[in-house]
Unconditional design. Structure first.
Length: 170
């Protein structure tokens, strides 16, 4: 499936500004099932400086600096993104959840470090005994991780009212 994504940010100033420095985070990431077929970035007025870099999470970021008086700044991106269907998952052939948990705590290569970032509580999903109790029946000793996750997930388009859920429609 191919998506065309357009975005426009418009800054209107009450009086002319001499300079404007911005970081633009509007470029779709390259991922195993997602590729960027086209990307256009346009700014008006034209920036004096345009510098691309990749942030900690692998996202492309563009620094732009407009060094001329202006009363408005327009930043536009247009991209064409190709998404590929995921390969079917054989949930029963995934590693046991205990093995994955141990590797997340132990391994320090980039893929496991990225997974490690997800083990901490957040504003949206606090650690709680109620959430652990909800998940426990799905993750018996030795159960493959993907199989347990498929059992534990809410069915259909239900409200996320399980322990720690947001109550929002998912």
């Amino acid at each position: 499936m191919i998506y065309r994504v357009r975005h426009e940010t418009l800054y209107l100033y009450s009086e002319p500004v001499a300079t404007s420095h911005n970081e633009v985070h509007l470029m779709p990431r390259e991922l195993p099932r997602q590729s960027l077929a086209k990307l256009e970035l346009r700014c008006d007025p034209t920036p004096e400086t345009v510098a691309w870099h990749r942030d900690y999470f692998g996202n492309d970021v563009v620094f732009i600096a407009v060094i001329e008086p202006h009363e408005r700044l327009v930043i536009r991106t247009e991209s064409r993104v190709e998404l590929r269907a995921p390969a079917p998952i054989d949930a029963e052939r995934s590693p046991a959840w205990e093995d994955v948990a141990a590797r997340v705590r132990r391994d320090r290569d980039p893929a496991w470090l990225e997974a490690f970032e997800m083990v901490f509580p957040s504003t949206y999903v606090p650690v709680s005994e109620a959430l652990a109790a909800y998940a426990r029946p799905s993750f018996a000793v030795g159960r493959p991780l993907a199989a347990g996750a498929m059992i534990a997930r809410p069915k259909g388009r239900a409200r996320a009212n399980w322990p720690g859920g947001t109550g929002k429609r998912v």
